[in-house]
Design a protein around this ligand. Structure first.
Ligand SMILES: *Cc1c(COP(=O)(O)O)cnc(C)c1O
Length: 462
């Protein structure tokens, strides 16, 4: 035992924080320590542990904001003690939330953006639950009014984000997720006719499919549903999951008609913390017109002082993300968003071109016409002796985090990789990635996994 350890008493007074008691032992993992420690010791030790996390800016798997300008960070800090639900206590944060709702309703071409109902959420997942619930309530009311059974609701979608599977399970709705047809990357309008029936509460197209980045054809779906209504009398609403695309299409693809310009689109969700450029923790749900949100779902809370209407799954939540969203709206304006998203789209298309030039990849989506992303598979993947999973793992040595995964239902045997290009990922960074990618492929071609001990390595099941 080292001499100094035999000294009795606590050594919190040692001036160097790495020579204090807490620094000389593993941090408690299962039980709260008996004693308190100095704040800078604890801060530094936790900060050090976080060094082992990946570097978020090099995380090309995430859709979420990883570049937060200092002013937005300051506003987050200013609001760290404000609960957004206390609208009576903090009327201006509530006012700012309302402004964001109307700005988004206007951006998405609501018929009367000043009266539109909507709310902030913790993200698109919560917003999707709220959108789905509104569809379910509206459908049930219609069925009950017609004296028909209302116990077997179903929802139609293409390859959806996990939140819709959650919605279906948590709220007892059958999810009819249409399989991806050969040669397609998302649902087609033609697939819908066979799937809908009198118990369909809605159709949910995704604007910016998670797996590939493409937009599902909302306008064509809407027309198909018009036809179905004319022929079969089924009036089926659309909710658009525009988690990412809601902040891309209005700026880069104005001619894509996907929003409230289509009367059948009754509600839209989007993630403020993705291409909305707000820091993590905010999403949005917007309804076309007040009547599209059943009033039974809105609770009036009177114990915070004043009558506060709320439609949310949670209650208390910080206000900072909402305020930071408003900051980005004002700071960037439509021009700024167009510039930022345009730069991302250009960079994504550049990456696609460069990857294609290597001759090693089949481009599934090259960043044109949808999200600023690239999606590709490996050419001759069965003869290479390694897979995209190995490519991901080797790129990780340089800090790049790039997801490899199989496409969903029906095209499950196709393994793809996807790169999300976001605000803060410049051309130079992309250039470095392209070099690392080429080096990685060269290395794996020379040293295929099949020659190595680690043949069936653990990460294949991930
Ligand atoms: C990310 C995403 C979601 C979930 O959004 P969160 O903001 O992470 O809750 C839902 N749908 C789509 C299409 C997404 O890309």
């Amino acid at each position: 035992m080292a001499l100094h350890q035999s000294k009795p008493g606590r050594r919190d007074d040692v001036f160097d924080l790495y020579a204090r008691d807490l620094s000389e032992q593993p941090l408690p993992k299962f039980r709260m320590p008996e004693n308190s420690s100095l704040p800078d010791t604890v801060y530094n030790l936790i900060h050090d542990e976080l060094l082992l996390d990946g570097n978020s800016r090099q995380n090309l798997a995430t859709f979420c904001t990883t570049y937060v300008p200092p002013q937005a960070q300051q506003l987050m800090q200013d609001c760290v003690d404000k609960n957004m639900i206390d609208q009576d206590e903090y009327p201006q944060t509530a006012e700012i939330e309302h402004r964001c709702v109307h700005i988004l309703a206007d951006l998405w071409n609501a018929p009367d953006a000043k009266t539109t109902l909507g709310c902030s959420t913790t993200g698109s997942s919560e917003a999707a639950m709220l959108g789905g619930l509104a569809l379910k309530w509206k459908w049930r009311k219609r069925k009950e009014a017609a004296g028909q059974p209302a116990d077997k609701p179903n929802l139609i979608c293409g390859p959806v984000q996990i939140c819709w599977h959650k919605f279906a399970r948590y709220f007892d709705v059958e999810l009819r997720e249409l399989p991806i047809l050969d040669g397609e990357l998302c649902m087609t309008a033609e697939q819908v006719a066979e799937a809908v029936d009198e118990n369909t509460i809605g159709v949910v197209p995704t604007l910016g499919v998670t797996f590939t980045g493409v937009y599902e054809p909302v306008e064509a779906l809407s027309k198909e549903l018009d036809r179905i209504e004319a022929e079969r009398g089924l009036d089926i609403p659309i909710h658009v999951d525009a988690a990412s695309g809601g902040f891309i299409a209005p700026f880069l693809h104005e001619d894509v008609v996907w929003d409230f310009r289509l009367p059948r689109v009754k509600s839209i969700n989007a993630s403020g913390h993705k291409y909305g450029l707000s820091p993590l923790g905010v999403g949005w749900a917007i309804w076309r017109e007040p009547e599209d949100l059943p009033e039974e779902l809105i609770f009036n809370v009177d114990y915070l002082g004043g009558q506060v209407p709320t439609f949310a799954l949670n209650f208390s939540r910080p206000a900072g993300e909402i305020v930071a969203q408003y900051y980005q709206f004002l700071r960037l304006g439509r021009k700024g968003y167009t510039d930022v998203q345009g730069a991302c789209a250009d960079t994504a298309q550049y990456l696609a071109t460069e990857l294609e030039k290597t001759g090693h990849f089949n481009m599934l989506y090259n960043g044109d016409g949808g999200l600023p992303a690239v999606c590709y598979s490996l050419k001759n993947s069965t003869d290479r002796g390694y897979t995209l999973y190995d490519v991901s793992e080797r790129l990780r040595m340089r800090g790049w985090q790039i997801a490899s995964y199989p496409l969903p239902a029906n095209r499950h045997n196709l393994i793809v990789q996807r790169v999300m290009v976001r605000h803060g990922i410049g051309r130079d960074l992309m250039e470095l990635l392209i070099e690392d990618m080429s080096r990685t492929i060269e290395f794996l071609d020379r040293n295929p996994m099949s020659n190595r001990e680690a043949k069936a390595s653990f990460h294949h099941g991930r």
